[in-house]
Design a protein around this ligand. Structure first.
Ligand code: GAP
Length: 513
């Protein structure tokens, strides 16, 4: 546990030191759960957004994008259910005065049971070696089966109680499980209460005429409200999708995990409009498709898993998360939700406008069902960044800090380094930059010995270092050093564009989906 915490602290300080993520308003002591992206962070974030957008919009001829406003008519949130049901169940510890999400306390308890299961699996794997069958072990080992049943029964009781709004039973469950405040160890809890997560604001100059508004808590509703505009203007035929990326706001109560849970964050959402009755097959389709997108980045299959929801949101008839192994354990990275016709149906009711599709093949009108994929851009950033940050022991006994970002996402693709600051080498390096900068984000560095510059670029996540030396003047060749293997090769300047492009071009990565 201490190790996990240390690793996470390293991630946060590295993100600051290398210009990826800063605490918002730091000179005023910061604003809790609000963050700014620095010069490298903004590039990484943009690359992740582009990687998603290309996979969704450019590569699917039946998915188009929009950019809806953050402010929306307030009735939107009545219709969507957010005014009545977008709540977190909160509980306070009377001794430490700390506030928690009751469901998170219970889920963390179950995560500890899961960790015990994983420990048993690891032990058995060691014992049985190649003949180990994980699936069979999970089904037959008495202790592991008991752990699994225990976890399942806790989660389904919590889901039932939350569904029925039986908050007294949620508290009873916390007490029965003997859950203590993680800060103080105290078990002196208040009752569980619901708390709405939307931020309110006002539109209009004078107090009498001002209209109460909310900052959108999800981007999805901008897509629902534009469903007919896009369908008609784009002559879209079902099945089709609308994608959007943009800011969302939630007054999160438990916001202690850096950019994992923020009050202002960015979502990348896609609503796929389908014929009612086909939702099961599309649900499976998008679960698989999204998992393939994640795996295409090569961050390790073992770091992902699906988690099917026990407690369904008010709009869903099926839902699963893609969970990622963050520095603090497996947590939700993306949600795939079968939202039925809840949203369009409800907006029809509240607006009095028809939001239906006329199907020429069956000659009938219907309210489409919706399959949603929803991922937090900041959370994806944290997944990529934390997974990439590594301390490597080198053969000569030293260690190096290296940010092994998938090259396609790296903010800077290559650093151009003159071996020395004289003899015309800086001038050649600048010529190389002037040629490469049209295709790639590249940087120039001439300060310190070349070994230190390599380390700096390793820690920055730059996949290539290109060194201009005296031989360059003779034969127009340079050395190119690969961040991950640290191997160096001598190549012609005229080959640089092709070599970098092979490694970083989105086309090569997206083809793996
Ligand atoms: N439209 C559906 C929706 O918003 P959600 O599960 O509440 O569903 C989707 O959110 C994704 O948005 C999550 O999987 C997560 O990646 C991201 N997300 C949600 N709340 C967040 C927060 N407070 N900070 C950062 N990312 C968040």
């Amino acid at each position: 546990m201490a190790n996990q915490e240390d690793n996470f602290k390293k991630v946060i300080s590295h993100a600051k030191e290398y210009g990826y993520v800063f605490q918002s308003s730091e000179i005023y002591d910061g604003l809790s759960a609000v963050y700014d992206y620095g010069q490298n962070g903004v590039e990484l974030k943009k690359n992740i957004r582009d990687y998603w957008w290309k996979a969704m919009v450019q590569l699917n001829d039946n998915i188009v994008g929009i950019d809806a406003a953050i402010f929306m008519h307030p009735t939107t949130w009545k219709a969507s259910g957010h005014i009545d049901a977008f709540n977190d169940p909160l509980i306070d510890n009377k001794d430490s005065k700390k506030r928690y999400r009751a469901d998170v306390l219970i889920e963390d308890y179950v995560a500890k049971i899961d960790a015990k299961i994983e420990k048993e699996v690891k032990k058995a794997e060691k014992r049985f070696g190649d003949s180990f069958n994980k699936k069979k072990f999970l089904e037959t080992n008495q202790r592991v089966v008991e752990y699994q049943e225990q976890g399942k029964s806790i989660l389904s009781r919590m889901a039932r109680s939350l569904e029925k709004e039986d908050l007294a039973d949620v508290k009873a469950l916390i007490e029965e499980l003997d859950i203590a405040c993680p800060m103080s160890g105290s078990k002196n809890w208040t009752d569980v209460k619901q708390f709405n997560l939307m931020f309110g604001t006002k539109l209009g100059a004078s107090a009498e005429n001002a209209m109460d508004l909310y900052l959108r808590p999800e981007t999805a509703q901008g897509i629902f409200l534009n469903f007919l505009n896009v369908q008609k203007s784009g002559r879209m035929k079902i099945p089709f999708g609308i994608a959007q990326t943009g800011k969302a706001f939630r007054n999160e109560i438990v916001a202690r995990q850096f950019i994992f849970r923020m009050r202002e964050f960015e979502q990348m959402e896609m609503q796929f409009f389908i014929q009612p009755g086909t939702q099961k097959e599309w649900y499976e389709h998008w679960k698989e498709n999204r998992m393939r997108w994640h795996l295409s980045l090569g961050m390790g299959e073992d770091n992902y898993r699906f988690h099917d929801h026990e407690k369904l949101a008010h709009y869903a008839d099926a839902a699963a998360d893609i969970e990622f192994r963050f520095p603090f354990g497996f947590k939700e990275l993306e949600g795939i939700h079968s939202r039925t016709d809840f949203d369009l149906g409800s907006h029809e009711k509240f607006s009095g406008k028809k939001l239906q599709y006329f199907d020429h093949e069956t000659n009938r009108n219907y309210v489409p069902y919706v399959l949603e994929t929803s991922i937090g851009l900041d959370r994806m950033f944290l997944a990529v960044f934390s997974n990439s940050l590594q301390e490597e022991e080198l053969e000569n006994g030293t260690t190096r800090t290296v940010l092994k970002l998938p090259a396609v996402l790296s903010p800077v693709k290559a650093a151009i380094l003159p071996l020395v600051k004289k003899d015309g080498l800086p001038e050649i390096a600048k010529e190389v930059i002037d040629d490469l900068k049209w295709d790639f984000n590249v940087t120039y560095d001439e300060k310190d010995a070349v070994g230190r510059r390599y380390r700096r670029q390793d820690a920055n996540g730059t996949p290539f270092c290109i060194t201009v030396d005296h031989q360059t003047k003779e034969d127009q060749t340079v050395t190119i050093r690969h961040r991950d293997s640290m191997e160096q090769e001598r190549v012609s300047i005229s080959d640089l564009r092709r070599i970098i492009s092979d490694a970083v071009d989105m086309r090569n990565w997206l083809k793996k989906i």
